[in-house]
Design a protein around this ligand. Sequence first.
Ligand code: AMP
Ligand code: MG
Length: 502
Amino acid sequence: MAAIPDVPVGTSTAVSGLESTFVDEMGGLSVLWQGAEVPDPKLLVLNEELAASLGLDAASLRSDDGVAVLTGSAVPVGSKPAAMAYAGHQFGGYAPLLGDGRALLLGELGDGAGGRVDLHLKGSGPTPFSRGGDGFAVVGPMLREYLVSEAMHALGIPTTRALAVVATGRPVHRNGIEPGAVLARVASSHLRVGTFEFAVRRGEILQSLADYAIARHYPGLTDLPATGKDNRYLAFFEAVLEAQASLVARWMLTGFVHGVMNTDNTTISGETIDYGPCAFLDAFDPAAVFSSIDHSGRYAFGNQPAVLKWNLARFAETLLRLVDSTPDDAITAVTAVLGSFEARYENHYTAGMAAKLGLSGASLERSLIDALLALMAEHGADWAGSFRALADELRGKAAPLDELVPREHIGPWLIRWRNALQQQGRGSAEAADAMDRVNPLYIPRNHQVDAALRAATAGDLTPFEELLEVVTHPFDRRDEWAEYALPAPRGFSDTFRTFCGT
Ligand code: AMP
Ligand code: MG
């Protein structure tokens, strides 16, 4: 571990009002810390709308002082930046000490709607948790997290948000030398399954952590008793399971491959976190893997619900002694909740799929979904494009669908689908419009993200800015954005790889 510096002293006034409930109340789960010096800071992108919603002044954030706060090199008056401790199962193996190896929790802010959010930096320099890593991050991956998390938000999927990316002027060794950067992100908290895996081995703090998480994310449960059959810890487990089942269903409906679903990347809030090796499907393929380190396909697209359940089982293990003092009874109780995962996931997925197909949940048979998925997989049909093409089909425009799946193959399925639509008494035009409201036209396509990030790394931010504008308006058709709706050239995804921890 690096030496612990003096407690950072705040001097900056660019950001005010930061609170530190996690640091103050969860002793032993963080280390006060400060970001590294930044040689030549340059603000690359600032989310002014998000800043405003948090009561932050955009002009102050753009000032030298504000940019220094956004890198962690300057500390706001009264704030207590800290690196958070956590453990985690990575690719199935347990790592007892991970933690913020290149990140800092700057503090917490009101979200403007009565809630509390974390302001957090990624790439701010080495910490006691760096484990031999350099503590830094580089422009491409930080802009990638900015772009994809803001796209997810625009798609209505719970996620951390991106506030800013600052280039640091520091050369960082990756595959060669790359320009360093810090991402400022906002999350409803950074509590993870891994935080509980760390705390469970540290005695009393476990219960305090669970109570803190309940108060922050599931306040409706705070009045439940601490012990007994209907205790708040079992209800807490159920609430997290429900939030995560809903989240992973949203990923599966959107064609999102997270890529590194380790337990330290599974939040307690139910938000998507950590956009390292993530990617969106072009051609539908349940076995799709994009991460360069996922050799076994553990985190393949189609495995995501099962892996999530596995992660939730690790979470349940941390809560056992809170759920019931008799171990066997605790195991029975959490196992029953865990057993409800598939049905909950299925409910979310089927309801979402019904909406994507212009149907009401009640009028959709699972076999209709499965038959469509089989056709899409067989023909490598573009995931996002297929649902837009089906809506066009209802409008009498056959060409888009013809490009994806041969008509002689999808014909029988189309008849079944139209029958289902007819049965629920919804007109074709009405169903098509409803479909277009839930099926995005623009998602962050891998080939476009890749090109925009290459240009940004080389100093040209224009393609990134344009792509950001497009993917944060995923349902707004504009003629000049036509190329953004197109899938990657066939074959691109076969070789496209993403990198973790870069
Ligand atoms: P991630 O893959 O981003 O979820 O990171 C997993 C763990 O590796 C976390 O504990 C990170 O803080 C740590 N980590 C990733 N990259 C670095 C780096 N360049 N320096 C230090 N720690 C890192
Ligand atoms: Mg992570």
